[in-house]
Ligand binder design. Structure first.
Ligand code: ADP
Ligand code: MG
Length: 341
């Protein structure tokens, strides 16, 4: 098993590219800036969020993506990060650490961030990886929040939802009858779903663009329905989203195929929008800004899809109209009631 200083020097020092890191030699990182910062931290635990047999590159991607996605949701620029490792015997090996740190380096370059510190401890228990990420506000100084959503705006979601959820199902349902659902997917389609689950892509550029357009924004980690419901609740508005619009607009070809193969289309749509791990953004935009926003995001290759609108506060924070256009009976405390149609 490798020693603490070997791990730091051999695998993580190369990531300390900012002068603020002080070469990972001192007791603290030292940041001198006049801008506002947002800070976020997220933890992944072995056997819960990842497994020892997972590709080290996938674990590296997830631990950065979960944080990058939060920073993206606030419309800020990711800058500096800290890495806390409670590492155990299985992972404290050159082969694992090399692949893990090389992927971190690749992502660090892609997102233009820099490691400025962390901590390395050894454990006999499951490995714990925690990343803390600092994001800097744009020069327009706007930082997006959930609480500021306004009524009578359009609710958009970026790109596709549900790929990661079905990717996860494909990975872990080998001995399960669910497999039937996926039998008509090509290998390429299955791979693309699994890839979305293993290698999530945070919407960093989109978040920054949204500072010019959106009244509120959040990222989709717990599931589109839950995350949007939380945003509406915190802002004191209600959201009304339409399964018709969702079905038409937000699914990839692979997810659409899974939905259409299923015995209950509506229920499978609900699974896709409550599954989570999407790391897309859901946000509210005034109607008169929608066209300009669409034009701008198209230039960076991002799609945005209207899924509903906000209204002044009603009894519930979120309403969902079903494929026939009537309200779904939902008890948000209990999750979905699976008794409808
Ligand atoms: P101390 O004993 O003063 O807390 P450490 O020995 O924990 O210092 O860490 C030495 C330096 O290495 C510090 O700058 C710390 O931020 C950095 N460091 C330790 N572990 C990591 C890690 N996993 N990733 C990045 N930097 C780390
Ligand atoms: Mg320490």
């Amino acid at each position: 098993m490798l020693k603490e200083f070997e791990i730091i020097n051999k695998y993580f020092k190369k990531l300390a590219t900012s002068k603020y890191a002080l070469g990972l030699t001192d007791d603290c990182a030292f940041i001198e800036e006049s801008k506002s910062f947002v800070i976020n931290t997220d933890t992944l635990i072995e056997n819960g969020h990842f497994f020892s047999k997972d590709e080290p590159e996938s674990i590296a991607t997830k631990v950065l993506a979960v944080n990058l996605s939060d920073i993206a949701a606030m419309g800020t620029i990711p800058k500096y990060w800290l890495l806390n490792l409670s590492i155990n015997q299985y992972f404290a090996k050159a082969s694992w650490l090399t692949r893990f740190s090389e992927k971190l380096l690749e992502l660090q370059n892609k997102y233009n961030i820099s490691l400025i510190g962390g901590d390395t401890t050894f454990t006999k228990g499951p490995m714990v990886i925690s990343v803390t990420l600092l994001g800097k506000s744009l020069s327009n100084k706007r930082v997006l929040k959930k609480t500021t959503a306004l009524p009578n705006q359009i609710v958009y979601v970026s790109n596709n939802i549900g790929d990661a959820y079905f990717g996860y199902k494909i990975l872990y349902s080998k001995y399960n009858l669910q497999q039937d659902l996926y039998k008509n997917l090509t290998i390429k389609q299955k791979d693309s779903l699994v890839r979305q689950y293993k290698y999530p892509i945070p919407q960093v550029e989109l978040g920054q663009i949204l500072t010019k357009y959106a009244s509120a924004c959040t990222d989709v980690s717990d599931g589109l329905v839950k995350d949007l419901e939380k945003l509406c609740q915190l802002a004191g508005v209600s959201g009304v989203i339409s399964l018709q619009d969702i079905y038409k607009n937000i699914f990839s070809d692979s997810v659409l195929k899974v939905i259409q193969e299923s015995s209950n289309i509506q229920e499978t749509i609900i699974q896709a929008i409550t599954g989570g791990d999407d790391y897309q953004l859901v946000f509210c935009v005034p109607k008169n800004k929608a066209a300009m926003l669409k034009q701008e995001v198209t230039k960076i290759g991002v799609q945005i899809h209207k899924i509903g609108e906000t209204t002044p506060k009603k009894q519930l924070p979120l309403y969902i109209t079903n494929l026939q256009g009537s309200n779904l009976p939902i008890n948000f405390n209990k999750g979905f009631e699976h008794s409808f149609n």
